[in-house]
Every structure is written in structure tokens, then in C-alpha cells.
Design a protein around this ligand. Structure first.
Ligand SMILES: *Cc1c(COP(=O)(O)O)cnc(C)c1O
Length: 414
């Protein structure tokens, strides 16, 4: 193993971040220095199962050798040209990614939030130029408890006070309705100024909230009948996480606009993408939108390899099979203890709901114990713990993880 150490102890590393960094996160107190596949190691050499996968960015496993090899090779050749010039990787990637997901066009960005912003701009411009919405009147319908990122426009669509308090004034034109409520959507779409419906097929950050089976397809059909774009934010649910390539695949629909991020690079670089038809994407003309790093050569080769790995290693099938096994085993725990109320999810995007108040520390305390027992997970909203390991997990490994979770919950005393 390569010596990556600067020999910091956990205490020292945490103290440095505490002193010199903005405190905009509340991490579990573990300092990681190495990752491989489903495992990460801390600076003291302790090994853990990673059950967060960097919020589902590392679906292909930590430091996936195929992806890293492409990164290194391209890094020694050409890293960034900007879009002021053509480069020999972008077109290849654009052809690859559009064929992979079945769309005409892609607009490459870097982070998930940027891709969501891009989709909002795309939907608005489409609304004016193609749908005929009067100038500056376009509305985007969003769902309560969504998570689409952290920019000012995106938090304008949020009803989470932690995300919004102190950050106003907010971007107008974002209409929030209840998630998983078709009649609320129907009512909202009565307004002819609605350009798009922006939705997560499963709400990840909200606590892996899975809507009714027919919700997504009915919402899609409503959008079609009202000439409203159906925009799917699959930044977290996409790329095999839920047992299908996209979570919308469970509903048999194809969104008008698809937003991807996180695992599209296997967690190697910030890469995101907005995919749409030629008709929709045609409203993007030279100069109207861009990003210095969007579509850079490193990102292009990394994303292509990361997507190839998903198919070559059959990660959809693996996530589907191991997810079913995991929920089966978790349900046994739910039955045997009143500490856990229920388990829910699809594929390897799952969560358990702790039987305690929203604002209790129980979920956090359980995550601390899981850490001591060799498994890293993080509470989402108060009393919910998300379980989202890399999809390269084996059956033997997931059964070992079930053992760790079971032991931890059985031994846990409030
Ligand atoms: C993480 C996430 C984003 C934001 O991605 P960033 O890369 O953190 O900006 C957007 N949408 C969803 C559904 C996400 O889970």
C-alpha cells in the first residue's frame, strides 16, 4: 500500500477542520484516509464498510481501478480546454452518454446543483420560446421536502428552514406542492404558466421517501396532457442505485429532462449532466449558458468509464438483488426490536426509521455505535438512517453488514 500518510491523528485532523474550515457540515467523528471498493479506512487504520457512498456518488466502489486508470491517463494528456475550443473527448462522451440514456442531447456541468440550475433555466427558456409563456411569468412546480442542492435558486424551492433561514430574498416562480399527491399536481398544472415539474423519483435526502407505485407515471401523464416538462432529478437515485439504471425506469417513463450527477463519475470528479431532446435543448444557444469546467476532458473520460463499469459489472442487477435481501433481513430486525419502526427503499437506497422523536439524538447515537462496530452511516432527517453502500458489494459482505447492524441495534440502549 502506498504511503499516503501525513501522520495526523483523528483528533488533529478534526481540530484543523474545526479551526480553519467553515462549519457548514456536522460530520461523524471519523477521519478517512483510504478507500477501496466497499471499504474505507481511518487514519488509525480501522476498516469500515461505507454505507453512505458519498451520498451515492461512489456506486462503482471507492477508487475503482478502471475509472482511476482513465483519470490518470487523461490527466497526463489534457485536462482542461474550456469550451472556447473543441476537444477530442467531449463529442465522444456526448455521443456515448446520450446513447446510453436514450436522449438526443446533453449539456455537461460539474455539480448536481449546477445541473439542477441548468434544468431550471432550460425549462424556463423552453417555456417562453416553445410553449409561449408570457415574459418572466414561467413557473416551475416542485415538491415539499425536496433536495435539489444548495444554490439560492434551488433553496428557493425548499421548505426546509435549515436550508433557507437567513438566505433570502428568494427566486420567485417556484411553486411547492405535496410530494406523492397527484391531485395537488393536477391543480398546480391548471396554471398555463407552468413550464416544468421538477421531481425526485424517490426523495433521498428527505429520508428515502418512496412514493406510491403509480405516482411517477401519473405525474408524467399529467405533464404530457398540459404541455409541461417532466424533469427528473436523478442525481442520487440514478446510475443503478435503486436497482434500475434510473429510478424512473420502475415507472416505464422517459423524462423530458433528466438530471444526473454524483455516480456519473463514480465519485472521482464532480461531473453532472442535463439530458433532453433536440427540440428542448435547442433553446440553448451560444453564450446563453456555460461553465468553465463543464465538459472538460478529465470529466468526459472518467464519466464514460464510470458508466461502462456500471454495465460491465452488472451493478443494476446486483443492487436489485442485494437490496431485496437487505430489506428482507432488516424487516426481521424491525419485527424483533421496537427501536426500528420500518425499513424502506429500492435497490441499495434504503433507510430505517428509528422509533423516537424527530429531534432525538437516537439515530446519531446508533450511527456512532455502528461506526464502533465497523460500519459508517449517517442520519438524514432526525430519526432516519440511510443505508446506501457501494453497488459493488457481494452477498457475503452485505450479510456481514446485516450482522453488524443487527448486533448494534440489539445491543443499543437508549
Ligand atoms: C446531492 C443532490 C443534489 C446536489 O448535488 P451537489 O453535487 O451536491 O450539488 C441535487 N439533487 C439531488 C437529488 C441530490 O441528491
Amino acid at each position: 500500500m502506498k504511503d499516503l500518510s501525513n501522520n495526523l491523528t483523528s483528533e488533529q485532523a478534526i481540530a484543523l477542520e474545526d479551526k480553519h474550515g467553515a462549519h457548514n457540515y456536522h460530520p461523524l467523528p471519523v477521519v478517512l484516509k483510504k478507500g477501496e471498493g466497499v471499504f474505507v479506512w481511518d487514519v488509525e487504520g480501522n476498516k469500515y464498510y461505507d454505507f453512505l457512498s458519498a451520498y451515492s456518488a461512489v456506486n462503482q466502489g471507492h477508487c475503482n481501478p478502471r475509472i482511476v486508470a482513465k483519470l490518470v491517463e487523461q490527466a497526463q494528456t489534457l485536462t482542461l480546454t474550456s469550451r472556447a475550443f473543441y476537444n477530442d473527448t467531449l463529442g465522444v462522451y456526448e455521443k456515448f452518454v446520450t446513447e446510453y440514456f436514450g436522449f438526443d442531447k446533453v449539456l455537461p456541468m460539474n455539480t448536481g446543483a449546477e445541473a439542477v440550475e441548468t434544468a431550471i433555466k432550460l425549462a424556463r427558456k423552453w417555456g417562453y420560446e416553445k410553449k409561449g409563456i408570457p415574459k418572466n411569468q414561467a413557473k416551475i412546480v416542485v415538491c415539499e421536502n425536496n433536495f435539489h442542492g444548495r444554490t439560492v435558486t434551488i433553496i428557493s424551492a425548499s421548505n426546509d428552514p435549515v436550508a433557507t433561514d437567513g438566505f433570502g430574498p428568494f427566486t420567485p416562480g417556484l411553486i411547492s406542492i405535496e410530494y406523492n399527491n397527484i391531485s395537488a399536481l393536477k391543480e398546480a398544472l391548471e396554471d398555463n404558466d407552468v413550464a416544468a415539474f421538477l421531481v425526485e423519483p424517490i426523495q433521498g435526502e428527505a429520508g428515502v421517501y418512496v412514493p406510491e407505485d403509480n405516482y411517477i407515471s401519473e405525474a408524467y401523464n399529467l405533464c404530457k396532457s398540459k404541455n409541461v416538462l417532466f424533469v427528473a432529478d436523478e442525481v442520487q437515485t440514478g446510475i443503478a442505485r435503486t436497482g434500475k439504471m434510473l429510478a424512473v425506469d420502475y415507472s416505464g417513463i422517459k423524462p423530458d429532462v433528466l438530471i444526473l450527477g454524483k455516480a456519473i463519475s463514480g465519485g472521482v470528479l464532480p461531473v453532472s449532466a442535463v439530458l433532453a431532446s433536440s427540440e428542448i435543448m435547442s433553446v440553448m444557444t451560444p453564450g446563453v449558458h456555460g461553465s468553465t469546467f463543464g465538459g472538460n476532458p478529465l470529466a468526459n473520460v472518467v464519466a464514460m468509464e464510470a458508466l461502462k463499469v456500471v454495465k460491465d459489472e452488472a451493478l443494476e442487477e446486483n443492487a436489485m438483488r442485494l437490496g431485496e435481501l437487505f430489506r428482507l433481513e432488516m424487516n426481521k430486525i424491525v419485527e424483533s426490536t421496537n427501536l426500528v419502526k420500518l425499513v424502506r427503499g429500492k435497490g441499495l437506497l434504503n433507510a430505517i426509521i428509528i422509533n423516537d422523536d424527530e429531534d432525538s439524538t437516537t439515530a446519531w447515537d446508533i450511527c456512532m455505535k455502528l461506526k464502533d462496530n465497523g460500519l459508517l452511516a449517517k442520519p438524514t432527517h432526525g430519526n432516519i438512517i440511510r443505508f446506501a453502500p457501494p453497488l459493488v458489494m457481494t452477498e457475503k459482505q452485505i450479510m456481514e453488514c446485516v450482522g453488524i447492524i443487527s448486533k448494534t441495534l440489539t445491543e443499543f440502549n437508549k
